[in-house]
Ligand binder design. Structure first.
Ligand SMILES: Nc1nc2c(ncn2[C@@H]2O[C@H](COP(=O)(O)OP(=O)(O)OP(=O)(O)O)[C@@H](O)[C@H]2O)c(=O)[nH]1
Ligand SMILES: [Mg+2]
Length: 271
């Protein structure tokens, strides 16, 4: 459960994975996608005091941090640069990933974990590029967590010295609170969403090291103030890097690729 929004108890499914464990999730082997939570959402906690809810939330987050720390150790031992891609639904994460993969797959080792509540659509889109991808379905859950990613790693087995993209569930709120063990969160904001998103959802933009402002090919048709958007992002996170891109036209994508190459290099020397 996520006590931020009360989402989610139930079953998660990770493709190719099956077992039950202490959390009561049931994973399914075979072709099934990893599915977390076909059961009813438990959004309310009647009878629980505010302080009890805070206690529960702290417990969940500290447990998550343990799983995330284990993932981070694994990434470091294997020379894997893990990036957590976060955004609202439809900002263009999968489109951006498929283009990036097609442009970089001859040069870098890549793999992808896809998080969505339902369907394996995004993992299938990634697999069309020839790169390994694994779908996690979170069911009622609104974000990936460290534990789900740990299990996905067992099945996906990213190569040593590679980049692992983790596309989180589309949601600008809860994924900010759940560390997956990644080196960086990359926030994708598309220009169709309005320039004020960084100040409306500050936690996410505060947690991200890079913001990709996507769909800039659409700017001629919109009233979107790019400078103001960047100013808002810097207001919540003075250190955030911002790049303007179009995942469909390819404009600006080279800056992102340069950032990926440089960040991969730095990760190998432990920065
Ligand atoms: N014009 C334009 N459309 C884009 C761009 N990037 C993505 N899209 C479109 O935006 C829609 C959503 O793209 P996706 O890549 O599925 O977005 P997503 O963030 O992965 O979505 P979820 O995984 O469902 O959260 C699709 O119709 C894409 O074609 C872009 O740079 N320009
Ligand atoms: Mg997607």
């Amino acid at each position: 459960m996520c006590t931020v929004c009360g989402c989610g108890e139930g079953e998660t499914q990770i493709e190719g994975h099956e077992h039950s464990h202490e959390h009561g999730h049931h994973h399914h082997h075979g072709d099934a996608d990893h599915d977390y939570g076909k059961g009813a959402a438990h959004a309310h906690a009647p009878g629980l005091s505010q302080s009890r809810m805070v206690q529960i939330e702290e417990g969940i987050l500290s447990k998550n941090n343990e799983y995330a720390a284990a993932n981070r150790r694994w990434f470091s031992e294997h020379g894997v640069l893990a990036l957590n891609l976060v955004s609202s639904p439809g900002s263009g994460k999968t489109t951006l990933l498929t283009r990036s993969i097609n442009d970089l797959k001859s040069e870098l080792r890549l793999s992808v974990i896809e998080g969505d509540q339902q369907t394996a659509n995004d993992a299938e889109r990634i697999r069309e590029t020839g790169v390994k991808a694994l779908q996690i379905n979170t069911g009622k859950g609104c974000h990936l967590d460290g534990h789900m990613v740990g299990h996905a790693l067992e099945t996906l087995k990213p190569e040593d010295d590679s980049i692992l993209f983790i596309e989180n569930v589309g949601n600008l709120v809860c994924p900010a609170a759940f560390d997956l063990g990644e080196a960086h969160k990359v926030a994708i904001l598309s220009v169709t969403e309005g320039e004020d998103k960084p100040i409306k959802y500050p936690d996410m933009f505060h947690a991200a090291d890079l913001m990709l402002l996507n769909k800039i090919d659409l700017l001629p048709y919109l009233q979107f103030d790019v400078e103001k958007c960047i100013e808002y992002a810097r207001r919540v996170n003075p250190k955030i890097k911002v790049m303007q891109v179009s995942a469909t036209s390819g404009e600006g994508m080279d800056n992102w690729y340069q950032w990926l190459r440089a960040t991969k290099q730095l990760s190998m020397i432990g920065v």
